[in-house]
Design a protein around this ligand. Structure first.
Ligand code: HEC
Length: 194
């Protein structure tokens, strides 16, 4: 027994053994990469087994994971907008459309969204003198008091855009559109009083 142990110790101290131990450790260490996980003990925890949102997979109709909503459905939190993108639709919205939740109007939030999305053209007071107008990047931006607008028509214009003004329906949700519409009417009132 003692003889065996001594023998092993002797072998371990041989230069060739030491060298090979160093080589093995060095080669293992050289595989170490800090930029990615070296071992994945439970790969499912690292690599998602779910489908990637915009990934291409044969199992889906059309080959894409992201699919168009089913026909005749409305996403939660959205509602139908019953006015057409026509002059008649505009006139109807101007005459009949009102904020369904007027009590929820919050001018601070309206101002915040207006300053982000609208003031660049319309100016912070709605005079039609925003940054892009001053720099002649866009023409024909009216002062709000130059138009016979109502809360409903403003909502309609945010929803569909009008002539050279684009739609802001994707940037502002229904509630925010009403906040901004109310704020625009506030600006217009201030302008007409001067
Ligand atoms: C890129 C510049 C630009 C931005 C940004 C912009 N508008 Fe306009 N807007 C215009 C122009 C140009 C017109 C004139 C369109 C026309 O009637 O020919 C206009 C017209 C309007 C009118 C009058 C339409 C009418 O009924 O006569 C309203 C109200 C209005 N914008 C509201 C907004 C609101 C609210 C926002 C922000 C959500 C906004 N605009 C953002 C360029 C812009």
């Amino acid at each position: 027994m003692i003889y065996k142990t001594l023998n092993i110790l002797k072998r371990m101290t041989r230069p060739s053994t030491t060298l090979s131990v160093i080589l093995v450790v060095a080669s293992l260490a050289s595989c170490q990469k800090n930029s990615r996980p070296n071992y994945q003990y439970m790969p499912n925890m690292y690599t998602s087994v779910g489908y990637e949102t915009y990934g291409e997979y044969e199992v889906f109709a059309g080959g894409l994971e992201a699919m168009a909503p089913a026909d005749n459905t409305i996403a939660r939190g959205h509602s139908l907008y019953g006015y057409d993108n026509t002059n008649a639709g505009y006139d109807l919205a101007r005459a009949t459309l009102t904020n369904p939740d007027a009590a929820a109007v919050d001018f601070e939030r309206g101002k915040a969204a207006y300053d982000i999305y609208c003031a660049i053209c319309h100016g912070s007071q709605g005079k039609g003198d925003g940054y892009l107008v001053k720099n002649e990047k866009i023409l024909g931006v009216p002062s709000y008091d130059a138009r016979e607008i109502t809360e409903g028509s403003v909502y309609h214009v945010i929803y569909f855009g009008r002539n050279t003004m684009g739609s802001y329906a994707n940037q502002l949700n229904e509630e925010e559109r009403w906040q901004v519409s109310a704020y625009v009417m506030n600006l217009r009132n201030a302008l007409t009083q001067n």
